[in-house]
Design a protein around this ligand. Structure first.
Ligand code: HEM
Length: 398
């Protein structure tokens, strides 16, 4: 039985389960568990497995048996857990220069899984969540075929991610007020378009680009630096070998992102997509309309944006304006960004027929188990040998 999730009522009979109650930061005491996810596609289920195109999903599956498993990669002897399998070809390349290790890219449900080591680690965590659930389901339901097991396990992991994102992550980013604006879940609404709107992908959710830490900390069991040291971020791109070899090799820089100015790209992408100017979104978000720079003083104190760069407020680029919006206390966002987040996340939830809380998707008993999930629990279960975590990732924004 995977400790991360009590699979109550997944068998033919209800099975009594031990539910761990968790407020401490020792892994063995943590309740079922969380995550942040990727963006770009509609239904709010994890890219690690769940919102991938069918063909890719078939490639991710271990079709050598009827156990509904995902393919596994190298075994980590110290933990007995597997890494992601290796990719066998494009679209990504992880051995770009000769004196780097010949370890290929990992293969996961999103081709960005190798983009940087932190992201690879998250993909690995969530990939590791699937197989123990599938095995437990098979044990309870020996009559199920591989497809049913695979899809049930996928549904459970998707629900865990939805719950973690909406119940644990979003409240920290948006604060109480915005969560109230989003309102409680009232069931699937077929009139809501759950697609990602252009300005959300092109600008609003790229707020993540302002959160990137230039150093990837690598800590040992006692939270000290590992012998191979912390990694400057530019060395963490497309270098899965550093996961396998614990950073023993000093990789050459990956030109792709080192040379990339993400902020400039975000602005350019806004132009490419024909995103309206910032001032138009203020109207959409019921903020005051703007004719002169002074009209912004309630939301943007940053003088460069207000006066120097743009000549007239009508020229203000969308992404920079979103990023410099004065943070609403208790949140990580300014007013316009908050409005766009609420709109998008509300649509993702209410327009998703398979939303985990939609009646009929899970039974009440299953739902109550799912709602005990947390990222901390998933890290404890699926990290190699993690014994202690923060029960709440408030400080890290994870
Ligand atoms: C090391 C960290 C990251 C790097 C190097 C990175 C890099 C990139 C790059 C190169 C793009 C494509 C840019 C373009 O050509 O338009 C992109 C897109 C994007 N990024 Fe990031 N990113 C990172 C972290 C994040 C985070 C933390 C978030 C959100 C929380 C985020 C949200 C997005 C979104 C929403 C897009 C647009 C995706 C789409 O249009 O489908 N990124 N990122």
């Amino acid at each position: 039985m995977p400790s991360s999730l009590s699979l109550l009522s997944y068998g033919r009979f209800y099975i009594p389960l031990i539910i761990l109650v968790a407020l401490l930061c020792i892994c063995s005491t943590l309740n079922s568990s969380f995550l942040t996810w990727e963006t770009g596609t509609a239904p709010s289920i994890p890219h690690e497995v769940s919102s991938v195109p069918c063909i890719m999903s078939e490639e991710l599956r271990d079709n050598t048996n009827e156990h509904g498993l995902l393919k596994e990669g190298l075994l980590v002897p110290s933990s007995g857990k597997h890494l992601l399998p290796f990719a066998t070809g494009p679209p990504t390349e992880c051995t770009r220069v000769e004196n780097e290790s010949f370890i290929p890219c990992f293969f996961a449900g999103d081709h960005r899984a190798n983009e940087q080591l932190g992201l690879t680690a998250m993909h690995t965590l969530w990939f590791r969540e699937h197989n123990p659930i599938a095995r437990a389901l098979l044990k309870m339901n020996p009559h199920w075929n591989g497809d049913i097991i695979y899809n049930e396990a996928r549904k459970i992991v998707g629900a865990q991610m939805q719950h973690n994102t909406y119940s644990h992550w979003l409240p920290k980013i948006l604060g109480d007020h915005a969560m109230k604006m989003m309102g409680d879940y009232k069931g699937y609404n077929p009139n809501v378009n759950a697609g990602i709107f252009n300005s959300f992908a092109t600008a609003a959710f790229r707020f993540g680009h302002t959160l990137i830490n230039p150093i990837l900390y690598r800590l040992n069991e006692t939270f000290g630096e590992i012998p191979q040291g912390h990694l400057p971020f530019h060395k963490a791109f497309f270098s899965p070998f550093q996961i396998i070899q614990e950073g023993g090799i000093d990789p050459l820089l990956r030109g792709l992102f080192v040379a990339l100015d993400l902020a400039a790209t975000n602005i350019q992408r806004g132009h490419d997509h024909g995103i309206p100017p910032y001032v138009d979104y203020r109207v959409f978000c019921n903020l005051t309309s703007v004719e002169k720079f002074e009209d912004l003083h309630n939301e943007i104190k940053e003088p460069k944006i207000r006066e120097k760069l743009y000549g007239t407020p009508l020229n203000i680029n969308f992404w920079p304006a979103l990023m410099v919006g004065d943070l609403i206390p208790g949140t990580r966002v300014g007013p316009t960004l908050m409005c766009l987040f609420v709109t998008q996340f509300q649509r993702l939830r209410d327009g998703d027929r398979f939303w985990y809380e939609n009646p009929g998707v899970f039974t009440m008993a299953q739902l109550s188990q799912l709602k005990q999930t947390s990222l901390a629990r998933v890290i404890c279960d699926n990290g190699d040998n993690i014994q202690q975590v923060q029960p709440d990732f408030k400080e890290t924004g994870l």
